[in-house]
Design a protein around this ligand. Structure first.
Ligand SMILES: [Zn+2]
Length: 139
């Protein structure tokens, strides 16, 4: 799938079958995983089914205040942990079928997936300490 480099914003192909080999940006040579990856309904399916690392998904929407408040917290976690657990953001307003498919009842909701299966989810805007504790159990 194609993602924006979190450092220089250049578009790069992210090899989902080789994400554990720490893919780097072709332009700036920094890690493609050290920042949130934006996914839609098509690329989310690819991420969940083709990649071997655990995935944490932030289900959010542009109209949701707590989601916006939580975004920097999620970004910091991605910069710290993105090479061990993929940090993916899904806009549930732009991708309404995802909300149905994953039964998202409130946002923000965080869900952890490994090898295509959901392991756990938690709702609400976590503090950075709460998020660090949640993530550390899965990486
Ligand atoms: Zn780059």
């Amino acid at each position: 799938m194609i993602i924006k480099c979190p450092h220089c914003q250049k578009l790069n192909r992210l090899p989902l079958d080789r994400v554990h080999e720490n893919p780097i940006c072709g332009a700036c040579k920094l890690s493609l995983l050290l920042g949130p990856i934006e996914a839609d309904q098509v690329s989310l399916k690819e991420i969940l089914n083709q990649n071997k690392l655990p995935v944490i998904i932030d289900f959010w929407a542009p109209w949701c205040g707590p989601c916006k408040m939580f975004a920097p917290t999620f970004q910091v976690s991605a910069i710290k942990n993105g090479e061990k657990i993929l940090h993916v953001k899904v806009d549930t307003e732009a991708n309404p079928s995802i909300g149905h498919q994953y039964m998202i009842r409130s946002i923000p909701t965080l869900a952890i997936f490994k090898n295509g299966s959901e392991l756990e989810r938690i709702s609400g805007a976590l503090s950075s300490t709460q998020l660090a504790q949640f993530v550390s159990r899965f990486k």
